[in-house]
Design a protein around this ligand. Structure first.
Ligand SMILES: Cc1ncc(COP(=O)(O)O)c(C=O)c1O
Length: 363
């Protein structure tokens, strides 16, 4: 165990204040009482791990992250299980992805043990922020950015790792509603050899104009196509995609293969396995817009859904592009989508047996 320096806030929020926040938490609007900070310097490696009251940072205007964008993050949720324990879902996979993102961005790789310990320290201090209500959760946001001061373009020699936590409400308070998607042909998210498989801040900055275009087209989300041919489906906004083929005696679900330009989602990976547990076939494929259009028209593709930590599983009802639009099935939430969602949520919230040992006790 690394020794963390602990400084607690003198006036933490009361149970009543936290309960009030959870009535309408939104996403990332409120933060818990504390945060974890860890410094990195070239000569020292990671040092000075500490838990401190949540507070603004003071940043030099020539901070290199602000200019050249060395900034990465992760996202995972903590749930309270009925035995009172607090668990996260596959946090070591987030730690591994965080390290891979760091490597791609020429940043230092935080060891998995320190990533996990920072979560344990924050949960130990802010335990009462993890909600009882299984529809809600405490969202954990680990991130790291360059802190060297200077304008030379090079990998920084100083970084700061931070972990903060935000109450998260039910993603669909009014129930699971299918989303409509806009196929982006004008803008791309990532190209071969680029940063698509890293969770770096710049990927999200670059996505915002396409998301705005999707909204202007009356769609909820943008779907990214490959950069070269603008033909192969990659992923949706901040979520991976699945296509359901409803054969008579066998359901098959497929997801775009990891080509290096899409984010290897932990939810995506879990669903590949859960489908097998539920006696469905699951595979990673190359699927084009035309394949999707033909499959939806013939009825071979019965459902499409997106998946990710924030919303778990979301049905896709309508697909629109500059070439026109089409619906998936009857544009309602399909049975397979609902079944996979229930199965995954049951593991995450602890209402079913965790046969794959995916949940991890952090408090
Ligand atoms: C671009 C992108 N794709 C997919 C995902 C889904 O990944 P995960 O299931 O690990 O949350 C995310 C969210 O992290 C994302 O930002």
């Amino acid at each position: 165990m690394t020794s963390f320096n602990i400084t607690k806030i003198p006036n933490p929020k009361t149970e009543a204040e936290i309960a009030k926040i959870y009535e309408n938490p939104g996403f990332g609007r409120y933060f818990t009482d504390h945060m974890v900070l860890i410094d990195w310097e070239k000569e020292k490696g990671f040092f000075n791990p500490r838990l401190v009251p949540y507070a603004p940072l003071s940043i030099d205007p020539a901070n290199m992250a602000l200019h050249y964008g060395q900034s990465i993050f992760e996202g995972l949720k903590a749930y309270k299980h009925s035995d009172g324990s607090i668990k996260t879902f596959r946090p070591k996979s987030n730690a591994a992805r965080f390290a891979r993102s760091a490597k791609r961005m020429a940043m230092p790789e935080l060891p998995t043990e320190l990533f996990i310990e920072s979560i344990e320290q924050l949960i130990a201090a802010d335990k009462n922020w993890v909600p009882e209500d299984k529809e809600k959760s405490l969202y954990l946001r680990p991130f790291m950015f360059a802190t060297e001061v200077g304008l030379g373009v090079k990998p920084a020699n100083k970084y700061l790792f931070i972990l903060i936590a935000a109450p998260a409400g039910a993603y669909f308070p009014q129930g699971l509603k299918p989303v409509s998607v806009w196929l982006s042909k004008e803008y791309v998210r990532a190209s071969p050899g680029g940063t698509g498989e890293a969770k770096c801040a710049g990927n999200y900055a670059a996505s915002l104009i396409a998301q705005a275009q999707a909204a202007a087209e009356g769609c909820d989300q943008v779907v990214w196509l490959d950069a070269i041919e603008r033909k192969w489906i990659e992923e949706m906004g901040g979520m991976n995609l699945y296509f359901v083929y409803g054969k008579k005696d066998k359901i098959e679900i497929t997801t775009p293969a990891l080509t290096g330009s899409l984010l290897p989602g932990i939810t995506r990976d879990s669903i590949l396995q859960i489908a097998k547990d539920l006696d469905m076939e699951s595979s990673e494929v190359k699927i084009s817009v035309q394949d999707l259009k033909n499959g939806a028209a013939s009825g071979e593709i019965t459902e499409v859904f997106a998946c990710g930590t924030a919303a778990v599983i979301v049905p896709v009802g309508k697909v629109k592009s500059s070439d026109g639009e089409f619906s998936i099935g009857d544009a309602t939430t399909g049975l397979v989508t609902a079944k996979l969602r229930d199965a995954l949520l049951a593991i995450q919230t602890g209402t079913t047996k965790d046969v794959h040992d995916w949940t991890f006790k952090v408090g």
